[in-house]
Design a protein around this ligand. Structure first.
Ligand SMILES: Cc1cc2nc3c(=O)[nH]c(=O)nc-3n(C[C@H](O)[C@H](O)[C@H](O)COP(=O)(O)OP(=O)(O)OC[C@H]3O[C@@H](n4cnc5c(N)ncnc54)[C@H](O)[C@@H]3O)c2cc1C
Length: 428
């Protein structure tokens, strides 16, 4: 074994989860090797819209995301790039049930000192003349939200990580995880074995297959997602700093992009991907959405309802990719009881970009200190371990699909501020 084939920590996967974790670990002196099957940042990370909403349905998750923004701001200084675009964000309600949802969110946000308030519909209309507002009954606004630019974020993690000594090896799929007496020893690749006492499974949509290499179960599923990006339209200009919008009733989110608008949908009937059936050299950046598919039709229809100038003839691109959902839409961070030294970092359920800055920190704490400075109970990797109904692939997929299909659709209320239970209303 050469020195190059050993590290304190080997990370499987060079998406934002693995890159952020590597950067944080190296910042604390660990030697880290990332093994990436393809190119860095070319999985889900390369497809993301990057929306960043900090307010979640409970105080601890909100604190994590607020801290995440601070980490991004430091990263911007260290890497010399703009990653965060602070546009503010709006939630809009077109029914009394959705208005109640917004009211509970505003109440919870204010109770923890988060900047959020109702915004009169007239003001919404003034700020966003390109959006239909005559059917709205309420809205709320968070001025400190915005979006992260995923490519710049990944690039900054790589740059700072490299300065701290992280080694990145691309075109190197991990084909087995080496375990002896219940302890991880390293990984196997076509280039030979690599050894480390800690291995992190940050394989995004492939992470359940990586878990299977270690003969364990990670209850995630790979779910398709779609958004459109309109070309700039002189009749409907979208300012670079126009707020992001979440319209849960129509299941859509939007943000400005290069003079046009991104509109994405959490579809009621999302498609499931079997990652095992994809070719070994599958490149997510080559995925193309069929313009006549039912998912694209539903996306354009929902976008049209909120932005009546968007229709099938609008000049736009459609982006599709694969997300990693968990049964409760929360990630899995940490070890399972069955294999010592094997950490999981996956299942971000459409929010891995926004969560990655703080998740990298949390992972580094879990790996180096054995505990985190955050209350991580609700994102612990072992929360479904050995629980019937969460161990078989069919069950897992059914649960993850149901969660993804209900993601924006269901009307929910914010949890009390000290609750660590999942809350849907904070989703964004
Ligand atoms: C269309 C779309 C829009 C999205 N919009 C948003 C958004 O607005 N905001 C937000 O926060 N999130 C968004 N997301 C989700 C976000 O992209 C993901 O949560 C995030 O990128 C997950 O990062 P990751 O590192 O876990 O996974 P990935 O980026 O997929 O990285 C995993 C990497 O692991 C590698 N890998 C897997 N197995 C192996 C192996 N055996 N050996 C070597 N390498 C391996 C893969 O090649 C891949 O590069 C969106 C996702 C999609 C698809």
């Amino acid at each position: 074994m050469t020195e190059n084939q050993a590290a304190d920590v080997i990370i499987i996967g060079g998406g934002v989860a693995g890159l952020s974790t590597a950067m944080q670990l190296a910042g604390r002196g660990a030697s880290v090797l990332i093994l990436e099957r393809e190119r860095l940042g070319n999985g889900s990370t390369g497809r993301a819209a990057g929306l960043l909403g900090q307010l979640r349905g409970n105080a601890e998750h909100t604190r994590m995301l607020i801290d995440g923004v601070a980490i991004v701001k430091e990263l911007e200084r260290a890497a010399g790039v703009e990653i965060f675009v602070q546009t503010g964000s709006l939630r809009i309600a077109e029914t009394p049930e959705r208005a109640a949802e917004i009211a509970s969110l505003v109440k919870m946000g204010k109770s923890i000192g988060f900047e959020i308030d109702h915004m009169p519909i007239g003001e919404v209309a003034e700020r966003m003349p390109y959006m239909r507002t005559d059917d709205l009954v309420d809205a709320c606004y968070c001025p400190t939200d915005g979006h992260l630019q995923p490519a710049e974020l990944a690039g900054a993690y790589i740059k700072v990580g490299r300065e701290r000594g992280v080694r990145y090896q691309t075109n190197t799929p991990v084909i087995d995880i080496l375990i002896e007496a219940g302890r991880v020893r390293g990984v196997k690749t076509a280039n030979g074995d690599y050894h480390a006492p800690v291995v992190v499974n940050a394989g995004g949509p492939w992470s359940y297959l990586n878990a299977e290499l270690a003969e364990t179960v990670l209850p995630t599923a790979a779910i398709g997602h779609y958004y459109l990006t309109t070309r700039p339209d002189l009749a409907h200009p979208v300012d670079r700093f126009s707020p992001a919008v979440r319209d849960r009733e129509l299941r859509i989110y939007t943000r400005p992009e290069s003079g046009g608008l991104i509109v994405g949908i959490y579809d009621a009937e999302p498609d499931l991907h079997d990652m095992r059936k994809l070719p070994p050299d599958f490149d997510m950046s080559r995925m193309k959405a069929a313009r006549d598919s039912i998912q694209v039709a539903r996306l354009i229809d929902a976008a049209h309802q909120r932005f009546p100038w968007i229709n099938e003839r609008t000049a736009m691109t459609i982006t599709t990719g694969i997300m990693t959902f968990s049964p409760d839409a929360r990630p899995f961070c940490g070890q399972m009881p069955d294999i010592e030294g094997l950490f999981h970092c996956s299942g971000f359920s459409g929010h891995g970009i926004v969560q990655s800055p703080v998740i990298g920190l949390i992972m580094s704490e879990l790996i180096l200190d054995g505990k985190s400075s955050y209350d991580v109970k609700s994102i612990e990797a072992d929360r479904y371990f050995d629980i019937p109904g969460y161990m078989e692939r069919d069950d897992i997929e059914a649960r993850c699909l149901a969660m993804a299909g209900n993601y924006y659709g269901k009307v929910e209320r914010a949890q009390s501020v000290d609750s660590s239970s999942p809350s849907l209303v904070g989703r964004g």
